[in-house]
Design a binder for this molecule. Structure first.
Ligand SMILES: NC(=O)c1ccc[n+]([C@@H]2O[C@H](COP(=O)([O-])OP(=O)(O)OC[C@H]3O[C@@H](n4cnc5c(N)ncnc54)[C@H](OP(=O)(O)O)[C@@H]3O)[C@@H](O)[C@H]2O)c1
Length: 354
């Protein structure tokens, strides 16, 4: 079978990395990854470093992508200091999509599908309580929200073309991608390791209401499986889907299990700002890196504290329905509590944290 070429835009992110790996593990895909940093080329994976905000340079660097049949768009730039404000970052996040898709489409005459990753902030999950479980055709919240600008542009741009789009809406990705703004597992892992090093029990650092509210996440590996399904399933043409692990949990039930992974006691929540309280822990982390022989990640790359404050500050239920994806053929599910235990144990085993 002739190899199919996929372009993963945002290939070093907490979603993109996992899509690249998922596709590269298949025998019949060639993968091109785009990001500003240069990823490692190996096997069927080739990386092109490009700043998608530079339209002319993007067009020049992507001119060789004539074979591209599938685009997975998961680039993102954070704006502002508060993760809850990221949805307001319209200009750059719309422009990167426009520049990437137009440059690829110009040369890729066999383009079949563009999979756009947005998220649960589509429903205003970052603003406060919203209708749960949220369904794909629920009304939008009061803008701004760059997801609306992205999907409105993509929908209008696709009109009358032979290729189609699919929009995927995940929630709080669980994976490892150093140097990115939104990844909760490193937040938990580094926070737990530092707490233990300081002789503290593992305390939930968020709001008491967030400890008890219903929450949901998306395993990055599961997300990559969903993206592959979305790219190849005919029913996904011009449709949006919520993609989460497919279950819900409460931090209060999970927290003792996390403490167990780190072989430490847990205690009642104590609300702190991770941004403020962890700001001075860089030197301690560097010392821990040497003491325990950890992989040498810079403190500011390994963990994004604003994202922790945001996730642990949601003291309202965060629930979306994954029924539509199931009805259209994506049946994978992940047990989120088991996933956290597995990923955190893996972080320890791989010497990312002690
Ligand atoms: N992470 C989550 O928990 C989560 C949850 C729900 C929805 N989402 C949504 O998923 C989408 C992807 O987010 P993510 O968390 O996967 O992002 P991410 O981990 O921060 O990755 C972003 C990617 O975009 C690349 N990038 C940024 N600016 C670029 C530029 N100017 N030119 C080229 N590449 C650029 C980054 O690489 P370089 O830095 O090397 O350029 C990186 O590969 C976003 O819309 C986000 O809102 C994420």
């Amino acid at each position: 079978m002739a190899a199919r070429t996929a372009v993963v835009v945002g290939a070093l992110g907490v979603i993109g990395r996992y899509i690249v790996e998922r596709l590269a593990a298949l025998p019949d895909w060639q993968v091109v990854g785009l990001s500003r940093r240069k990823g490692e080329d190996r096997g069927s994976i080739r990386h092109i470093p490009v700043d998608l905000l530079d339209a002319a340079d993007t067009e020049r660097k992507l001119a060789g992508l004539g074979e591209a049949a599938h685009v997975f768009y998961c680039a993102f730039q954070a704006n502002g200091a508060q993760a809850a404000d990221y949805a307001k970052g319209i200009g750059v996040n719309r422009d990167m999509l426009v520049n990437a898709v137009t440059a690829i489409e110009r040369v890729a005459k066999r383009l079949e599908r563009v999979v756009l990753v947005t998220g649960t902030k589509y429903y205003g999950s970052h603003l406060g309580p919203f209708r749960t479980p949220a369904k794909e055709d629920d009304p939008r919240h009061m803008p701004p929200d760059y997801y609306y600008d992205q999907i409105d542009w993509l929908t209008a741009h696709q009109s009358g073309k032979t290729w189609t789009w699919t929009e995927l809406r995940p929630q709080t990705l669980c994976g490892f991608a150093p140097g990115t703004a939104m990844s909760i597992v490193p937040v938990i892992a580094v926070y737990a390791a530092i707490s233990r090093e300081l002789g503290l029990p593992l305390r939930f650092p968020g709001k008491p209401g967030a400890y008890r509210a219903i929450y949901q996440v998306t395993d990055s590996t599961h997300m990559a499986n969903a993206a592959l399904w979305a790219a190849s399933e005919p029913r996904c043409a011009n449709q949006a889907y919520n993609i989460t692990d497919g279950d819900y949990f409460r931090w209060i039930n999970l927290w003792p299990r996390i403490a167990e992974v780190f072989e430490m006691p847990h205690a009642e929540p104590q609300t702190i700002s991770l941004v403020a309280h962890m700001a001075d822990k860089g030197p301690l982390w560097d010392a821990m890196t040497r003491k325990y022989g950890l992989r040498p990640h810079r403190y500011e790359d390994i963990v994004a504290w604003p994202f922790g404050d945001y996730v642990f500050g949601c003291d309202w239920d965060v629930m979306t329905s994954t029924t539509k994806a199931r009805r259209h053929g994506f049946h994978d599910v992940v047990d989120s509590e088991d996933m956290f235990v597995r990923l955190l144990a893996q972080f320890r085993a791989e010497r990312i944290v002690p």
